[in-house]
Design a protein around this ligand. Sequence first.
Ligand SMILES: *Cc1c(COP(=O)(O)O)cnc(C)c1O
Length: 239
Amino acid sequence: MAITRDEGLERHLQRVRARLAAAAARAGRRPEDVTLIAVTKTVPPERIREACALGIRDVGENRAQELRAKLPALHDLPLRWHFIGRLQTNKVRDVVGRVALIHSLDRWELAEAIDARARRAGIRQDCLVQVNVSGEATKAGLAVDDVVPFVRRVAALPGLRVVGMMTMAPPAEDPETVRPVFRRLRELAESLRREGVPGVEMAHLSMGMSGDFEVAVEEGATLVRIGSAIFGERPAEAR
Ligand SMILES: *Cc1c(COP(=O)(O)O)cnc(C)c1O
């Protein structure tokens, strides 16, 4: 379903919110228990400002440089920023302390870099562990079997706090086919909660994008990351 740019942002947002609320209702959940993160990569600051005027409070960027460029232009807005892309250790300083949540913690080296930077800034950075549930070779994220040991190890770092997990499902024509991916992440969170790793909360599941967010909400997403269904298709190279 292609969305053309000439449709209004307001209409897109209304439609996404209605679909989100309907998916929550189907699962017996409250719509306010799911936070809509508007993914603003490639979206210019003026349109982000418009989205904020329409009630968007959470925005997600996937590149440190783009985040750094946009923050000063939008510092007057009541926005919570999320970092959702692959994070290089040498870009950590552009992200830590500037975002409410890093969704893409996927390796020990990155955990150490975030921890060091956060302690220097005197803060604790909230993070989600990114999990490659589908096992696609091209996807970032820890293998399912590596998550528990990783979370235990990271729990010892005082500069960061794990508050949940994130995953990306493979692109699919029919979102039903990726339901098992989301279900698996929820089950993994439940087992981690039962184990009770000290210092680790499993409060959040970041899962669901424009093509599959309804299924993700039905499977327990607390954060959905939606770009093109709100802002329209991006230039092809920006993924
Ligand atoms: C771009 C992106 C999204 C949003 O994708 P859409 O299909 O446009 O909704 C979500 N999560 C991540 C990590 C992304 O990079």
